[in-house]
Each structure stands twice: as structure tokens, then as C-alpha cells.
Design a protein. Structure first.
Length: 186
């Protein structure tokens, strides 16, 4: 693709439950652990194997023993994705689901990281819609002021912390557990 020369309509989606392709030769059971296979970009039941990223639990029982099927997954939280055009020279592939993609121009993402900025985490790749990308807050942003004992940002809040480390498979993992904060009642 080429850079924009006029306004572009954006396709933004917020998912808490979403259909994913269930890998052929598997069977998903309602309530079972759902994982994305980073080698194929397909969802499968959790097993002891490298290259799987936990994404939630299955909403339904689906038998894909004979052929790939769609299965709804409860993601356990809201995921916001923006659909971007896919690079034709170095396209983002289904095998990159769960991993990073990079900015090619102001409407296109690519698989190439060389001299490119991080766009976010790939959730789906579609021939019609393009690439569903989740912006991952804090990823790729360092905070030299805090690392050197500096002050909070100008807004009065804390500056961004170091990005979470990437796992060997290229997926993103949080380095600190997230706990909800609850206000006190008076």
C-alpha cells in the first residue's frame, strides 16, 4: 500500500467474546482453555506444548476433527483492535497471530521489523479486512527519567514504565500481575 492522500474510514472492534478458527483435528469443549498456536495462527485446546498462547476459554463445544471450524472464545477482558491494510511485499501472516507487527505507512502494517516502529499485537489476518492489531500500551516505550530517578510526567502521573519482555515466541507477557483497584466508600 501507499501512504494516505485523503481521509480513511477506520474499522475498530472491541471484543470480549470472538470467533476464531479452531484447528482441524481438534475438539473444543465449552469452558476449556483456549490457546492460539503461534505456528498456525489457529486456536486449539490447551496442551503441554511450546508455541501456544493462552487467550481465554471456549464458549461452546465444537468438533473440528474432520475440518477447521469457527469457535467462540471468551477472552476474559475487552480487546480493542483496529483493522489495518496488510503489506503485499512482506505481509503479516496467520502464523504471526499473537506476535508483533510493524508500521509500514499510515494505513499499512508489515511483518518486517527492520527500521520500523512497532504497531502492536496481531489478533487476526483476513484477506478482506486486513490485519486486526491491538495497540499494546507501554510496549516499545522506555522511561529514562524514571530509570535515572527522574520525576513523574507533566500531567502529574507516573511516566510509562519499561515495556514487558517479549517471550521467545514473540508474544507479549506482562512482567507484573495486574490487580484491580477499588475505591473506598465513605
Amino acid at each position: 500500500m501507499t501512504a494516505l492522500i485523503m481521509e480513511r474510514a477506520s474499522r475498530i472492534e472491541r471484543w470480549t467474546h470472538h470467533p476464531f478458527p479452531l484447528a482441524a483435528g481438534t475438539k473444543a469443549y465449552k469452558g476449556g482453555l483456549a490457546a492460539i498456536d503461534t505456528a498456525t495462527g489457529k486456536v486449539k485446546p490447551g496442551v503441554a506444548a511450546a508455541g501456544l498462547i493462552y487467550i481465554g476459554k471456549f464458549d461452546e463445544t465444537i468438533d473440528a476433527s474432520a475440518a477447521e471450524q469457527q469457535v467462540s472464545v471468551d477472552l476474559g477482558m475487552e480487546i480493542e483492535v483496529v483493522w489495518w491494510n496488510n503489506d503485499t511485499g512482506a505481509p503479516v501472516t496467520a502464523a504471526m497471530v499473537g506476535g508483533p507487527c510493524y508500521v509500514l505507512d499510515d494505513q499499512t502494517v508489515t511483518s518486517l521489523s527492520t527500521s520500523r516502529s512497532l504497531a502492536g499485537r496481531v489478533w487476526l489476518v483476513d484477506a478482506i479486512y486486513g490485519v486486526a492489531v491491538q495497540k499494546v500500551p507501554g510496549l516499545g516505550i522506555s522511561a529514562p527519567a524514571l530509570a535515572e530517578g527522574g520525576e513523574a510526567d507533566a500531567e502529574g502521573g507516573e511516566a510509562d514504565s519499561e515495556p514487558p519482555p517479549a517471550s521467545p515466541s514473540g508474544s507479549f507477557k506482562s512482567s507484573t500481575p495486574q490487580t484491580p483497584s477499588h475505591g473506598s466508600r465513605k
